[in-house]
Design a protein around this ligand. Structure first.
Ligand code: NAP
Length: 243
């Protein structure tokens, strides 16, 4: 019998996260998702309800609070014994002010949502992967990690820092048994919440999920690389052999 695999998808209730959760379940993972109060976990449960492989387990945890991330980890290890994969697709979006006139409280919130959460996720889970001597950690970023967009400049500051955090973790993990990757989508992602309002070659959340599942499983020729740049949907589909 095939051994069961366990993953965490931080941000699994999001528009992109749900595509990642579905792809990992189809690959046989039991997927744990930290959820905050609200209706988003119900939406996710309905979305993956028909998938016959793997399972979805939503447990309460706010990634801004490290003690909640630690108890989330402890509950997973108690139930599953070990963790094979962590995917981080977490953040909030901002639009409205250039940096020079941005309200300081907005700056604080964006850094909390987009960086404190990522720091806490790696602090708890990369540490666990080292102790297990096993597992992969994958961070997702958007085009703003490498480009600046008007009145959303703070998003570029945060996304570039997320990307560099992952590269720093990969640097630290050199010569260790764990893998760290960062996957950048260079188009906005076509999610269910956009209701079809997307560009012709935008990457879809479900194919992004398929890419991440293939990367986690080591099925891509580029598995050894830290940084994965996905130009558009045509490029992504070529890489996963879906053309
Ligand atoms: N949308 C795009 O076109 C695009 C493209 C490439 C990359 N990205 C990046 O990918 C990430 C996800 O994007 P998305 O479109 O899926 O966004 P989204 O739909 O807003 O989802 C964001 C996810 O992050 C979670 N989250 C935020 N703060 C959290 C916290 N403190 N504790 C626990 N969970 C928290 C949200 O949980 P709740 O459900 O509880 O709110 C949600 O699951 C973002 O970092 C974004 O910048 C986006």
């Amino acid at each position: 019998m095939e051994e069961s695999k366990t993953a965490v998808v931080a941000g699994g209730t999001g528009g992109i996260g749900e595509g990642i959760v579905a792809a990992l379940m189809r690959d046989g993972y039991d997927v744990y998702v930290p959820v905050r109060p609200g209706v988003h976990s119900e939406r996710l449960e309905q979305y993956v309800g028909d998938i016959e492989h793997g399972s979805l387990i939503c447990l309460p945890a706010d990634l801004e609070k490290i003690e909640e991330v630690e108890s989330f980890r402890d509950r997973i290890i108690e139930a599953a014994g070990r963790l094979d994969l962590v995917v981080v697709s977490v953040g909030s979006f901002y639009y409205g002010y250039p940096l020079r006139s941005m309200p300081p409280e907005d700056w604080d919130r964006i850094l909390r949502d987009n960086l404190a959460t990522h720091f806490n996720a790696q602090r708890v889970f990369v540490d666990l992967l080292y102790r297990q001597k096993h597992g992969a950690y994958i961070v997702l970023t958007g085009p703003e990690a490498d480009h600046v967009f008007q009145d959303a400049e703070v998003m570029s500051v945060a996304a570039a820092a997320q990307k560099m955090m992952a590269r720093a973790l990969a640097f630290e993990a050199f010569d260790s048994p764990i893998r760290v990757h960062v996957v950048t989508s260079h188009t906005p992602v076509n999610t269910r919440s956009r209701s079809g309002n997307a560009g012709p070659d935008w990457i879809t959340a479900s194919d992004l999920g398929a890419y991440i599942a293939a990367l986690a499983a080591g099925r891509l020729p580029s598995t050894g690389e830290t940084v994965h740049e996905l130009e558009n949907q045509t490029h992504l589909q070529r890489l996963i052999g879906k053309e």
